[in-house]
Ligand binder design. Structure first.
Ligand SMILES: *Cc1c(COP(=O)(O)O)cnc(C)c1O
Length: 398
C-alpha cells in the first residue's frame, strides 16, 4: 500500500475500507446504531433555537453516524462530493427530480426508463404541473426541438432496460451544460465499478441499491450522489417526505457494498461468456449485451466502460426463437436460474419483459421498442458459468 490517501487506492480496496467521518479514530468494522434517540450536545443549548433543532441527530435526518458514513463512502466510490442513502431507489429518484423541477417546470426524460420512473414522470408529475418530453437518448440532434424556456433537467439511465442500450451520455452532459439544465442519471445497472457518471460531468447520480450495490436480494435502499449543495437540498426535502433509509438497511447495504468488487467482476465475466455462447445458439435469434460487437452501442460502451476494466454489466437480453411459447418453456424449464424480476443479486434470474416490466404497454408499442414476446432478460449471478450455460442450454429450443 503506497499511499494513505483513500482515493489513491483501487476501487476494490476502497469498497472494503470505507470513508468515515474524519473526527473519529476508532470504529466498529460493521457498525449498526438502531437508536432513534440521540443525546443533545450541550453546546447546542446556547445556539438560536431553530438552528439547534436542525442539529438534532435523528435517523430520518440521515445525520446519525451510520448513514453519514455510508453516504460519504458511496460518494467517494463515484468521485462525488456528497452522498445520501435513501429508503429505496424510487425515493432517491423522486427526491432528485423534485429537487430540480417545480410546478410550471419541464424535463426531458429518456424513452424506456425503469417503469416506476417512467410512471412518475409521465403520469404523476403532470398532476403537479411538471411537464415532460420523452427523448431518444441516443439521438442528440433531436433534443433541441423539445427544449422549452423552463426545461430544468434531463434524465437518463446508464444502461437501458431491457435491451441494454447505452445512451449518448457524453452528449447528455454537454447538452445539459449548454442549456443550463441539471443532468440526472440512474446508474443502477452499471454500479461504480463499470461507470462513474460524476467523472463525466453528470450533476446527480441515483441508484437502486436494492440491486447490485447490495447484491444479496435482502435490502430495499437507494442512493443519491452529487455536489454538497444539491445533496443538501435533497436531504432537507427527504426529511419531510420521509424517504430516508432505515438503520438496518444502512447496515446491510454497507456489508453488501464491501463485496461488490469481488461479486460484480465475476458476474460481468460470466455474462460476457454466456452472451457469446448464446449468440451462436440456434435457439436464440439475437442477444442484447453491450460487451458484444454485435450490440448497436458496443463502441460507446467500450469507450465509457472499457477504462474501468470491470466488464459490461451482468444483464443480458435474449430473443428466443419461437416467440412466447419458447420463452415460456425456457422460464419454466430452467433449474438454476430463478424465474423472477429484479437484478444484481448472487442468484441468476430470468424474466419476460413483455409479461412483467413492460406488460402495461400495448403490444404494438412494445414491438416498436424492440421488446418481442420471445424476449427473456437474464441477471447473471455468481454461480459457476458452466452450470449456468448447461441450465440455459437444456431450456432453450434445440
Ligand atoms: C429497481 C430499479 C429502480 C427502483 O428501485 P427500488 O429500490 O425498487 O425503489 C430504479 N431504477 C432501476 C434501473 C431499477 O432497476
Amino acid at each position: 500500500m503506497s499511499s494513505d490517501h483513500p482515493s489513491d487506492r483501487s476501487l476494490a480496496t476502497r469498497l472494503v475500507h470505507s470513508v468515515r467521518a474524519p473526527e473519529r479514530s476508532r470504529h466498529a468494522v460493521v457498525p449498526i446504531h438502531r437508536a432513534t434517540v440521540w443525546t443533545i450536545d450541550s453546546q447546542g443549548l446556547d445556539d438560536d433555537v431553530a438552528g439547534a433543532y436542525d442539529d438534532l441527530l435523528y435517523p430520518r435526518y440521515s445525520n446519525t453516524d451510520d448513514p453519514l458514513d455510508l453516504g460519504a463512502h458511496l460518494a467517494d466510490l463515484e468521485s462525488a462530493e456528497s452522498g445520501l442513502v435513501t429508503a429505496s431507489g424510487m425515493s432517491a429518484i423522486s427526491a432528485s427530480i423534485l429537487s430540480v423541477v417545480r410546478s410550471g417546470g419541464h424535463l426531458l426524460a429518456a424513452r424506456g426508463l425503469y417503469g416506476g420512473t417512467h410512471k412518475l414522470i409521465t403520469r404523476w408529475l403532470p398532476e403537479y404541473g411538471v411537464e415532460h418530453d420523452l427523448i431518444d437518448a441516443s439521438d442528440p440532434a433531436s433534443w433541441s426541438g423539445c427544449l422549452r424556456p423552463d426545461t430544468k433537467a434531463i434524465y437518463v439511465e446508464t444502461i437501458g432496460n431491457p435491451l441494454m442500450n447505452v445512451a449518448d451520455l457524453e452528449a447528455v452532459v454537454a447538452f445539459a451544460r449548454t442549456h443550463g439544465m441539471v443532468s440526472i442519471i440512474d446508474n443502477t445497472f452499471a454500479t461504480p465499478l463499470v461507470f462513474r457518471p460524476i467523472e463525466y460531468g453528470f450533476d446527480l447520480v441515483v441508484h437502486s441499491a436494492t440491486k447490485a450495490l447490495n447484491g444479496h436480494s435482502d435490502v430495499l435502499a437507494g442512493v443519491v450522489l452529487g455536489s454538497r449543495a444539491r445533496i443538501g437540498a435533497i436531504d432537507q426535502q427527504l426529511r419531510l417526505l420521509g424517504g430516508t433509509a432505515d438503520p438496518q438497511a444502512v447496515y446491510l447495504l454497507r456489508r453488501g457494498v464491501k463485496t461488490l468488487g469481488v461479486r460484480l467482476p465475476a458476474q460481468n465475466a460470466s455474462a460476457l461468456e454466456l452472451a457469446r455462447r448464446l449468440q451462436s445458439h440456434p435457439g436464440v435469434a439475437s442477444v442484447s449485451y453491450p460487451g458484444l460487437s454485435s450490440h448497436p452501442d458496443h463502441q460507446r460502451a467500450k469507450r465509457l466502460f472499457g477504462p474501468q476494466d470491470a466488464g459490461f454489466g451482468h444483464m443480458i437480453a435474449i430473443d428466443v426463437v419461437g416467440g412466447w411459447p419458447a420463452a415460456r418453456r425456457l422460464l419454466t424449464s430452467v433449474k438454476l436460474f430463478l424465474h423472477a424480476p429484479s437484478l444484481g443479486g448472487l442468484e441468476s434470474l430470468a424474466v419476460s419483459p413483455a409479461k412483467s416490466s413492460h406488460a402495461a404497454l400495448p403490444a404494438e408499442e412494445r414491438r416498436e421498442l424492440g421488446i418481442g414476446d420471445g424476449l427473456v432478460r437474464l441477471s447473471i449471478g455468481i454461480e459457476d458459468v458452466e452450470d449456468l450455460w448447461d441450465d440455459l442450454y437444456q431450456a432453450l429450443p434445440g
